[in-house]
Design a protein. Structure first.
Length: 232
């Protein structure tokens, strides 16, 4: 009885699998860090909010922020909060228009879908959860719409994540990351300092914005990194 022929295709298939994993490992990392983990946190927060449960860290964090109250911080956080709304929308529009002007069609589609979809998701989520705003003290900038998830937090995270992904191919990638992180943190903290959002509102907005932008990115750039294109 002759021995069974060796499967010469197995090493080739294994090498092909390793090559595919090396090329696409970043997608799995981005999928977990940018989509699955934030969605898990958002789902946990949303479940508590939907059941009208008090999250243990919400009020203590707000009172700690209240202890920082001073005229200087009033001015800083009032400006940060204003930029987090009135500055984000013009920036979103400018980015899309610039990408269209530069004929970066796929990047402009990514940015447009990320910005518009995030805004629509935030409005829909607020109507679904209908969480009342905190009322621990009289805010210097009161709000009267629903609270969860924070529109300022979600909008700033959407803008920051979009800019980071679009600018990742440049030599300034880490400067962009640091600037984006500072911007997102300043806007989120301003809403806590002003007493118009719970910390869970901010965290929920961050998670929702990050998950949405990353998901849109993975769909639109499913075949390659946008920064691996041949530079013209």
């Amino acid at each position: 009885m002759s021995p069974a022929p060796e499967d010469d295709g197995a090493p080739v298939e294994a090498a092909g699998l390793r090559h595919w994993m090396r090329r696409n490992a970043w997608r799995f990392v981005l999928l977990f860090v940018g989509v699955l983990a934030p969605l898990a946190v958002f789902a946990a927060l949303g479940d508590e909010v939907h059941e009208f449960e008090d999250l243990f860290f919400d009020e203590p964090v707000l009172w700690r922020m209240r202890q920082l109250a001073s005229p200087g911080w009033d001015g800083f956080f009032a400006v940060a909060s204003k930029i987090g709304y009135e500055g984000v929308i013009p920036a979103d529009i400018a980015i899309v228009l610039l990408l269209l002007l530069w004929r970066r069609w796929r990047e402009s589609l990514f940015a447009g879908v990320a910005f518009v979809g995030s805004a629509l998701l935030n409005m829909g989520s607020k109507q679904f959860f209908q969480r009342d705003r905190p009322s621990l003290w009289d805010s210097i900038a009161p709000e009267h719409t629903f609270s969860f998830p924070s529109g300022h937090a979600m909008g700033s995270m959407t803008l920051a994540a979009t800019v980071v992904l679009l600018g990742w191919h440049t030599r300034w990638r880490w400067a962009i990351v640091l600037a984006a992180a500072f911007f997102v943190a300043a806007v989120g903290l301003s809403r806590l300092y002003l007493g118009v959002h719970y910390p869970s509102d901010i965290l929920g907005g961050w998670c929702a914005g990050l998950a949405w932008v990353t998901g849109v990115y993975l769909v639109i750039f499913r075949r390659r990194h946008p920064w691996r294109r041949r530079r013209g």
